[in-house]
Ligand binder design. Structure first.
Ligand code: 13P
Length: 247
């Protein structure tokens, strides 16, 4: 049985003191027996989050890292640095990193391999632009992203990953994919994983939907067979996150 995953990607929001204030107020309400709950604060706010959430089951993740061990990579942090700070998970391949910071499939693949090797749970993001959706090529585009990201990973390592399907046209736009659209692509992600690694890995993998998910639409989305939870942006910055955890 796949466990539900509710994850908040805060993006570039909340200073360390805002993080403290917010998490102090919601920490008791974002714990859940039914779901694995993750928060992904900005790097500088991670120590506050780790400290406030240490006696809860809420998992603290990072939004990014660099795959090299150490050295002359100004501005970057390594997996070991995150782990030493109490981080257990990392988002990889978010469309904002792909589009704004130029991350390509090769870099995403290197990060995915390193994260798993180090014992960080990767949340691998995939998602199509509006242009690709309108050209009718969404399924094959997402399949390509998944195949390139997982290149060279063993079935055992792939089994440690979470995938989040986030259509770019639904991120931060208030325009959620319908549950049919989200279910179709999450199902096809699972199918690609099945082709690569077999049924056991694909059936056990958590596949999330992300893109304008909120307390009003979360229940319907996560009730779909192939949608195991959500990667939530703006609604994870508010009290509303606690309502989404409870759906
Ligand atoms: P929104 O929920 O703000 O649309 O963001 C989704 C997202 O990109 C989460 O990673």
């Amino acid at each position: 049985m796949r466990k539900r995953v509710i994850a908040g990607n805060w993006k570039m929001n909340k200073t360390p003191s805002e993080t403290r204030q917010f998490l102090e107020s919601v920490k008791d309400r974002i714990c859940s027996a039914e779901s694995d709950v993750y928060v992904f604060p900005p790097l500088i706010s991670i120590p506050e989050a780790v400290s406030i959430l240490k006696e809860t089951d809420v998992i603290v993740g990072a939004q990014n890292f660099y795959y090299e061990e150490k050295g002359a990579f100004t501005g970057e942090v390594s997996a070991d640095m995150l782990i030493d700070s109490g981080v257990k998970a990392v988002i990889i391949g978010h469309s904002e990193r792909r589009d704004i910071f130029g991350e390509d499939d090769r870099l995403i693949n290197l990060k995915l391999k390193r994260a798993v090797e180090k014992g960080l749970t990767p949340v691998l993001c995939c998602g199509e632009s509006l242009e690709i959706r309108e050209s009718g090529k969404t399924t094959e585009f997402i399949e390509g992203q998944i195949r390139k990201a997982f290149e060279g990973l063993s079935a055992e390592d792939a089994g440690k990953c979470i995938v989040a399907y986030e259509p770019i046209w639904a991120i931060g736009t208030g325009k959620t994919a319908t549950s049919d659209q989200a279910e179709e692509i999450c199902g096809s992600v699972r199918n690609t994983i099945k082709e690569l690694y077999g049924e056991t890995v694909s059936e056990n993998m958590s596949v999330l939907y992300g893109g304008s998910m909120n307390a009003g639409n979360a229940a319907e989305l996560v009730s779909c067979e192939n949608i195991d939870g959500g990667l939530i942006g703006s609604a994870s910055l508010k009290d509303e996150f606690a309502d989404i955890v409870k759906v």
